[in-house]
Design a protein around this ligand. Structure first.
Ligand SMILES: [Zn+2]
Ligand SMILES: [Zn+2]
Length: 302
């Protein structure tokens, strides 16, 4: 393994930006030509602002993630090295860790506070892919991948597959591609599967968390096929285009809830419980909403 590959991540997300911009312009062109409603100017501008902010923050926080991984790598269980089969294994392991991270980001409000940014648009297009968190690394979302260096995967190898996953996930944020060939839809995360993930329809909530592969959702019972086109966004939309508000609104809601909570149990519930959890049952989690639909008891407030 040549040394230069490990001196820095050769496919860091920054190098992909020109390709992202080019594809984005093509999709905007198609939108204008077809007069479709895929884009909305203010929404696109705030998605781009979130993407630029994320890229700048990433320049600094990369040190935190890589530092943590190199630290843990000292205590690795196995000397896996860099043989070809280790790369193959690392791809699957990283994708599984991404699934765990993504599922955790939807089911634990502390992590949702960062990830909600990505779901805050009511549009679904290539610019939505760039609508990324500003607080993810600082709040420790990399903890879901901590087992990778401990197992013996080299931190740079992990970072490379992290970038592969992010770059892969760009093109699936589009309404322009319908369902693909069945074997592809069975194995890979596709535009159709990821549209479901961005849906606010109750049956689509917290489904299809996969990164490159969709097999993890099929294995762990979180898969949902696209039936009709989803209604995109959040169950309760935030209705703001202000990047700073988008980046921080859920954190401030958590703080407000903790301040008003009657006891420590509720304070912990507001921080580490699922989004929508409340000490008095005044709000609903995704699972509670789903149960209401299944039992045919739907309240108008949902
Ligand atoms: Zn998500
Ligand atoms: Zn997405």
């Amino acid at each position: 393994m040549p040394d230069f590959i490990f001196t820095d991540n050769p496919i860091a997300i920054h190098y992909a930006i020109p390709f992202f911009v080019a594809l984005l312009l093509v999709e905007i062109g198609v939108t204008v030509y077809q007069q479709s409603d895929w884009y909305e100017t203010k929404d696109t501008l705030s998605s781009l602002a979130m993407g630029v902010g994320n890229a700048i923050i990433r320049l600094f926080t990369k040190v935190i993630t890589l530092g943590a991984f190199f630290f843990l790598y000292q205590y690795r269980l196995f000397d896996l090295g860099t043989a070809w089969w280790v790369w193959v294994l690392c791809f699957f392991a990283e994708d599984l860790a991404y699934y765990a991270f993504h599922r955790g980001s939807h089911t634990i409000r502390y992590f949702w506070a960062s990830h909600v940014v990505h779901h805050s648009s009511q549009k679904y297009n290539l610019s939505t892919a760039l609508r990324q968190t500003w607080t993810g690394t600082l709040s420790g979302a990399w903890i879901f991948k901590a087992w990778l260096p401990l197992l013996g995967f080299h931190p740079i190898m992990i970072a490379i597959f992290g970038s592969v996953s992010l770059i892969y996930q760009f093109w699936i944020h589009t309404e322009s591609i319908d369902k693909l060939w069945r074997p592809i839809e069975f194995i890979f995360n596709t535009p159709s599967h990821h549209r479901v993930h961005h849906g606010s329809d109750i049956k689509y909530l917290d489904r299809n968390h996969g990164g490159v592969l969709i097999i993890w959702d099929r294995l762990f019972g979180t898969f949902q096929a696209e039936e009709e086109r989803p209604k995109y966004g959040l169950v309760t939309n935030i209705n703001t285009y202000n990047p700073l508000r988008i980046a921080t609104h859920e954190w401030s809601s958590i703080l407000k809830d903790i301040y008003r909570a009657p006891n420590w149990r509720s304070r912990l519930g507001y921080l580490f419980g699922p989004p929508g959890w409340s000490h008095d049952g005044s709000r609903k989690t995704s699972e509670e909403l789903r149960k209401e639909v299944e039992t045919g008891c739907v309240h108008s407030e949902t």
